[in-house]
Design a protein around this ligand. Structure first.
Ligand code: NAI
Ligand code: 15L
Length: 268
């Protein structure tokens, strides 16, 4: 049967807030989980992913997990290790212990951020391109994908790892014209990832059907995802303000954008 009750980790964040608004229309009953309390969610679980017992209790009784919680930008290795690597491990252990059979994992384009972005008639980036994380943050998403594969192979827990592009109400950069996922398409994709049968561990790119798309949405569509939005209506204004992407600028040459060129965060 399709999952009904869903633990939403990272519910207080930008994407979590969008999904709290959009996913209930698909029939889900959400259990929000975050470090930060939410004024409009008095029943939310307010806890740290580092607290294994709290994570296990939060997972108890749900049909599926949408795992968004974690550090969502580059940070020191120590912080990423705690929140994203150990935290995601705690989510999977809790799923195993409590018998939850489906996870949707918020991976990121930054797991493959060093992959050159296509230009001109170049083919779209395939889903099986070797991973090339652009940050410790991207490395943690690469680890999360491996963890998901491991829990499928070892324990039969299914995951869809969604390499999200940029999910915000509107695209705000020329790069985002290529990787933007409208919130409505994000909810459609998460719904497909929660309900598709026999996913094992599937990896998909997460974006709308953008005219300037850089990557291949075939595996996302195979889940039943049918994107309806396109960033193109925002293109003229953003290009007028920011100019076209310059292939000689290293921050414009690869999928991960400025994550590729930003100075590392110390201490390591
Ligand atoms: P965000 O930073 O707005 O939200 C993350 C949430 O996780 C925050 O509310 C934070 O309090 C919570 N959190 C962090 N550490 C925690 C911990 N140890 N225990 C419990 N909660 C913790 O990020 P956003 O944009 O909402 O992203 C959500 C997820 O999607 C993240 O995993 C991010 O890496 C991923 N993602 C998002 C993209 C986007 O375009 N918004 C693109 C690619 C990936
Ligand atoms: C991400 O992984 C981040 O979580 C999000 O804040 C954006 O920076 C996004 O990637 C992006 O690449 O635009």
């Amino acid at each position: 049967p399709a999952p009904r009750t869903v633990l939403l980790t990272g519910a207080a964040g930008g994407l979590g807030t969008l999904m709290r608004n959009l996913l209930p229309a698909f029939g889900y009953e959400l259990r929000p989980f975050d470090l930060r309390p939410m004024d409009d969610e008095p029943d939310a679980v307010v806890a740290d992913l580092a607290d294994r017992d709290a994570v296990r209790e939060a997972v108890r009784g749900v049909d599926a997990i949408v795992h968004l919680a974690g550090i969502s930008l580059e940070a020191s290795f120590e912080k990423i290790l705690k929140a994203n690597i150990e935290g995601t491990y705690h989510v999977y252990e809790a799923a195993r212990e409590e018998g939850v059979r489906r996870v949707v994992f918020a991976s990121s384009n930054h797991a493959v951020g060093y992959v050159p972005r296509p230009r001109g008639e170049d083919p779209l980036i395939p889903i099986d391109t070797p991973r090339r994380p652009d940050t410790f943050y991207g490395l943690s998403k690469s680890f999360g994908e491996d963890l998901a594969q491991f829990y499928w192979d070892k324990h039969g827990i299914e995951t869809v790892s969604v390499r999200i592009g940029s999910c915000f109400p509107e695209p705000t950069s020329v790069r985002m014209l290529s990787v933007w996922m409208s919130p409505a398409d994000g909810a459609r994709l998460f719904h497909a990832a929660l309900t598709a049968e026999g996913v094992g561990h599937s990896v998909v790119y997460g974006s709308s059907a953008n005219t300037r798309l850089w990557w291949d949405l075939t595996t996302a569509r195979a889940l039943g995802y049918d994107p309806r939005d396109d960033s193109e209506p925002y293109a003229a204004k953003l290009i007028a303000e920011q100019g076209e992407l310059d292939p000689k600028n290293p921050a414009h040459a690869r999928l991960g954008g400025h994550f590729v060129t930003d100075p590392p965060i110390w201490p390591y």
